[in-house]
Design a protein around this ligand. Sequence first.
Ligand code: FAD
Length: 727
Amino acid sequence: MPCEAKPRFVVVYGSQKGQAQSIAEGIAEEAEEHGLAADLSCLDQNEKYNLEKESAPVVFIVSTTGDGEPPDNTLQFVKRIKKKALPPDHYKHLCYALLALGDTNYANFCNCGKTIERRLRELGAKQFYPTGYADDGSGLEVVVDPWLEGLWSAITEALSKMASDKTPDLKENAENPATEIPDVQLNLLSLTDQQSCDPVSPSRSTDSKYASPPAIRDLRPASSSGGAGLASQRPSSVAAPKTQTCNDAELAASLTFSLPPLSESSLNVPALPPPFLDVTFQDVDSVEQTVGPLNRETLFEVPVSKAVQLSRGDSVKTALLLELDISAYPTMTYQPGDSFDVFCPNRADEVDNMLRRLDLQDQKNHHVLITLRKDTKKKGAQLPSHIPQSVSLLFLLTWCLEIRSVPKKAFLRALVEHTADGAQRRRLQELCSKQGAADYNLYVRDPSLGVPELLAAFPSCSPPLSLLIEHLPKLQPRPYSAASSRLKHPGKLRFVFNAVELPACPGRPAGRRGLCTGWLFDLINPCLVFPGKLESSGGPFLPKIPVSLRPNCSFRPPPDPSVPFIMVGPGTGVAPFIGFLQQREEERKEKPEAMFGETWLFFGCRHRDKDYLFREELEDFVSGGALTHLRVCFSRDDRKDEEAVSSAAQPRYVQHNLLLHSQQVIDILFRQNGSVYICGDAKNMAKDVNETLVEIIKSELHVDQLDAMKKLAQLREEKRYLQDIWA
Ligand code: FAD
C-alpha cells in the first residue's frame, strides 16, 4: 500500500556561525514527530528551494552579523528580494514565519531578519506566525524555545487552512504591504505579541521538543567514574536522584556541581540530536605539509613588516599595531574604513589535548574521511562544507573547527551519551535542561566556556570525533579594521588590536588568551618594537599571516571632502580613523585648493601616559590641519580636584566630551548634513554614545525622547550615523 505523503513545509536559513543553521536543522528533524515533512535549505542553495512557486508554509531562520548585515550565505538572497523591480504581489502566494537571531549589544538588532520580513510583506507575503526576535546578548533560548514550541501548531493550522481554502484565507495586506502589524491569526498567539519586536511568548502547545516520556531515574553515585557505563537510554525527562546526602548548605554550586532545587528536580532535556556522520581514517604515506587554511582565491599569505606595541608595558590592556606588506598582492586594495579577516589556527597545545582526549594521537597525520551515516534520522543531513575532503586529522582540528566554541545545549545533550560517570552525566543533563537554564548561562554561556574547558571539567566524557565534527562550528576568521591609508602607506595595511585576556572562572581556573590575538602576539613577539619606535625596522624575522578582505563598503569617510564629520573612537576604536585622517592628509596635499570640511575626533583611554594610542600622529594631524578638533579624555588618571571628576569640565569618557560639544555636534549633523562615525566596544561605549546622542538631540533641538530617537534613526538610514563596533 502506498504511504500517504506527509504534509510538507519549507525551512530556509541564513547563518554565519551556525546557530540559525542548527535551529533550522532541529526544526527539520522534529517535523516527522509532528506528522510533517520539512524541506531544509540554506538561503544560498538556490537550486533546492523556489519561493517564487512555493505553496507550502515557509519558515525562515536568519541571523544577523557585523553592523546589521546579513550572513555571508544570505547576502545574495537579500539582494534579490530587495530589487525595486519586483512587483508588490511577487510573494502574494507565500505564507511565512520568521525567527530572527541578533544581539542587542549591537545596533541594528536582528536587522537581517527585519529586512527580510519587511520585504516579504512589501511583496505581498502573509505571516502565519508572529516573528521571534532572539537576543544572543541575553540568551537566544529565552525567545527561541517558546517560539519553537508554538511553531508546530501554527504550521499545522496554516496547512489545514491552506488545504481547505486552496488559497489561504489570510487577510491580505497587499493594499498596504508595508503595514507593520499583519492582521493575521492563524494560530493561538495573541495579536499583541505581534506588535513589537519583543520576544514572543506563544501559548504552550503539545511540547514534543521537551517531550516527557516516562521518567527515567538517573544515577548520581559518588563521583568516581565507571559507575553506569555509557548511557544507552535517551531520556527526555530525567528524574532527580534521591542519593544526594551531603550537606548542601556547605557546598557551592559550580560548573560540575548543583544544589537543590535543581539537583533534586526532574529534568526536561532536549531530544537527542541524531548522529549523522561516520568518520574513518586513512593512513597516508607522506605527512601533510599544509600549514595554513586551504588556499582560497581571496586568501593572501602576507608578511608582517612591522609590529609595534602601542601601549606601555604596565598598561591594563596591551595594544599592538601590525603592519602587513601587501605590495605583492595588487588586487588587495582597501579603503580607510574597510576591515579584513585574519585566519588563525587553533592553539597547538589545545589541539594536542583534544587529540589525547579523543585517544587519536596516533592518527593525527591520517586523512579523515567523513561520510553521511546511511541510517541517520537527521533530516537534511549534509557533510560539513567547511571541512575539505582528505585533510589530516591534525589539519582538521587546527584549521577547520572552532574547538573553543561555547557548547550549545544540543551538544551538551549529545555529550551525555558519551559520559561514563553518573554524576557527571546528571550535571550535563541539568546544564542542557529547561530547569538548568540559569546554570547554563552562569557557568557556560556568560564566561564563554569553551569545549576543551568543558571536557576538562567532565573527565569521564569521551566523545567520538564524529560528534565534534557534527557540533563544532567552522573556525571563524577574526575581522580587524584597517588603520592606515594606501595613499600614505602604499603597499601596506596596518591594524591595531588589544591582546584579549579572558578572566579566570570556575571552569577556567587560569584564564585564557583570545585565540587570534594570542596567536598574533606570539607570532610577532620576536620582532616587536616599543612605543616611540614606530618607524624602526621589524627585524629579520617576518612571519606571514593569512588574510582576506571583507566586503563592507559603508564605513567610509564622506565622498565629498567638504562635508564635516565626527569620529568617536576610544581605545583601539581609533584604528579606522587613523586611516581616515591619513587619507585626508594626503588628499589635502594633492589638492591644496579644495574645500575640506572640519573633522572632529573624540578619543579616550585610561591613562594619558600609558595607553594614549597614536598620540604623536594625532597631534600631527591637528598641527597639519587634517584633524580640526581633537578631544581626548582619560578615564583613570588621578585628579587633584575631586569635584572636577564628576563635573562636566573633566570628561571621563568620550560621551562626556560629546556632551560638552553638543552644539557643534548638532550643527554638523543637522545643519551641515555631516556624519558621525563610532568605532570600538559594542557592549558599553557604543550604547552610551548612542544614548548621549539622543540626549544631545533632545536638549539642543527641543524635542522629546521619541522624536530624538527618530532623528537618530533617520541619520542611520541616511548612512550618516555609522558604526563599526565589536564585542
Ligand atoms: P576570542 O578567542 O575569539 O575570544 C573573544 C571572545 O571571548 C568574545 O567573543 C567574547 O564572547 C569572549 N570574551 C571576551 N571577553 C570576555 C570576558 N571578559 N569574559 C567572558 N568572555 C569574554 N578588534 C580589535 O582589537 N581591533 C580592531 O580593529 C577590530 N576590528 C573589528 C572589526 C569588525 C567588523 C569586527 C566584527 C570585529 C573587530 N574586532 C577588532 C574584534 C576582533 O575581530 C576579535 O573579536 C578580537 O580581536 C578577539 O579575537 P580573539 O580571537 O583574540 O578572541
